[in-house]
Design a protein. Structure first.
Length: 85
């Protein structure tokens, strides 16, 4: 029987990959909308930019906000995403 080498993903690896809230939120956005965010108001996929004041992204054209945590276990949680992750 051949031995398989197990890959280790350490806590230091995690901290490197997810150092802060913004990185976690961006990862969540990419997971939920891998092809881009469809803006309901513009009726098309548009670029969305992170808001510094809240956990959301805003459409570059109309300013509509999208919240990646909405509808997830993270929604309305006071616990930082770095802890959840």
């Amino acid at each position: 029987m051949a031995k398989t080498k197990m890959l280790k993903y350490t806590f230091k690896d995690f901290q490197r990959d997810f150092p802060d809230e913004a990185t976690c939120l961006d990862w969540l956005k990419q997971e939920r909308w891998p092809s881009g965010i469809y803006c309901e108001f513009c009726q098309k996929v548009t670029n969305h930019y992170a808001m510094t004041s809240r956990k959301s992204y805003t459409c570059e054209w109309c300013g509509n906000h999208v919240h990646p945590t909405a509808g997830t276990i993270y929604h309305k949680s006071g616990t930082p995403l770095t802890v959840w992750f």
